[in-house]
Design a protein around this ligand. Structure first.
Ligand code: 13P
Ligand code: SF4
Length: 302
């Protein structure tokens, strides 16, 4: 059954000239069939220049929307239309417009984990890979409004020394990891470095040996001599880590570190979307143009 699906996906991909892109939090079988697996920044950069007719984005809706915004002539498919990001839903375009009215001089920096409408209301986007560089690119005398992740925002504020106005949003998955859970893992694995994603709460990022995006965690592990690591991010990254570094061992900072939205794409769901070419992502052109400006400003920052 699985072999049949794999053969179908490979055959259909050629028929429709598609490129399958997947985030590191996708299930192992999706990572294995993808042409490219990456973090949010890498997915956006590649989507912007992809020349396949169809981009199949195995991730959540904001990732597929970003691909469509950056490369609008392509057919962009999100195989499971309900795959969203609860953090992205914590800010709407209307709520952001209200906040901007309170702080009319603030530069709005929005995490890519936002809707196209929120990006359209923003001056510049960022991901967890480039947020420090994006904030550092803004003149010191400018006030910054950072949406929607208060955890990433407070980490960036600590790193850059900038006093930022933070939106009250968070990732419900990363926000649940506690200092006590990490301490428990440290007791179970003495001396093992702790590497976490900046969406974790401040008391966790403060105790970590490194705070990095998903791609950053992979690079960091490769650059270190230690054979074991405690990892504070969604469990899908462990598959990639184990595959890349088979001689190293990884422990999740807490059990059940799982984003259900990311796990809603399965091989049958992917195969069906390739058969029907659904669900195609569309972004109204007026919103797309403004959102594209915020994304392009981000991509221009090295
Ligand atoms: P990355 O940009 O590190 O891949 O993170 C995306 C995300 O959704 C984290 O929860
Ligand atoms: Fe959104 Fe959190 Fe899932 Fe990432 S892990 S997609 S931020 S809910």
């Amino acid at each position: 059954m699985s072999q049949e699906i794999l053969e179908y996906i490979s055959r259909r991909k050629k028929e429709i000239n598609a490129m399958i892109m997947a985030h590191f939090y996708q299930p192992p079988e999706i990572q294995d069939v993808a042409d490219f697996v990456g973090d949010s920044l890498e997915l956006a950069r590649l989507a912007a220049v992809a020349d396949a007719d169809v981009i199949i984005l195995c991730g959540v809706s904001f990732m597929a929307e970003s691909a469509k915004i950056l490369n609008p002539s392509k057919t962009v498919i999100l195989p499971e239309p309900t795959a969203g990001c609860p953090m992205a839903d914590m800010v709407t375009g209307a709520a952001l417009r209200d906040k901007k009215a309170q702080f009319p001089n603030a530069v709005v920096v929005s995490y890519v984990n936002t809707s196209a409408e929120v990006k359209a209301e923003s001056d510049v986007c960022c991901t967890s890979s480039n947020a420090i560089a994006v904030v550092n690119s803004i003149p010191n005398d400018q006030q910054i409004l950072f949406v929607p992740d208060r955890n990433l925002g407070s980490y960036i504020a600590r790193q850059t020394g900038r006093d930022m106005i933070l939106w009250e949003g968070c990732c419900p998955i990363h926000d649940q990891v506690s200092r006590e859970q990490v301490e428990e893992q440290k007791r179970a694995h003495p001396g093992v470095p702790v590497v976490v994603h900046p969406e974790c709460p401040p008391d966790v990022t403060l105790m970590a040996d490194a705070v990095l995006s998903t791609a950053g965690i992979i690079q960091y592990v490769g650059s270190r001599p230690e054979p074991e690591f405690i990892i504070g991010t969604e469990e899908g990254l462990l598959y990639k880590l184990q595959k890349t570094y088979p001689d190293k061992r990884f422990y999740l900072a807490r059990s059940d570190f799982r984003c259900q939205d990311m796990k809603s794409i399965t091989l049958p769901v992917l195969a069906r979307s390739m058969e029907t070419l659904e669900h195609q992502v569309e972004v109204p052109e007026d919103i797309r143009i403004k959102a594209d400006q915020a994304l392009q400003r981000m991509l221009a920052i090295k």
